[in-house]
Design a protein around this ligand. Sequence first.
Ligand SMILES: [Fe+2]
Ligand SMILES: [Fe+2]
Length: 159
Amino acid sequence: MAEKTKAKARPEDALAFLKQEHKALETLSRAFDAALSSEASEKVILGLVADILKGLRTHTRLEEDVFYPVLIETEVVEEPVVLVNMEQHHVWDLIMNDLEATDVSDPRFIPRIIVLVEYALEHMQEEEEELFPEVRRLLGKEALLEMGQVLRDARERLG
Ligand SMILES: [Fe+2]
Ligand SMILES: [Fe+2]
């Protein structure tokens, strides 16, 4: 039942779908900040970290497998713009790789998450302010609905 509600709540339009994912990261980031400032248990903090990492990895896959290739194929934005976005995702990957090699007791563990989330939110804000309006204008409603379906299907597969 919960699964059905979740699936139903996913927007049909590709850009609305991606924005919903951005919002989910924002919500997690706020919960993470609140957990840190209220000195929540390590279990709670690590649970939020795991959700943030999973969310970022899934989001990167969806954009790099579905969204960005369409932008390049249809030439709605210049390829270098898409490549810059992909490099920003790549920086997240580098930080996430560092994190995997960082023990939780290491004083750099939490700062690494903070920097990762800061970078990710900044990238997402840029996408929403600079990239999405252009894509909406040039790609059109039909194509965005079609892409939304592909994104929802891919999201289901990634779990
Ligand atoms: Fe992105
Ligand atoms: Fe994004």
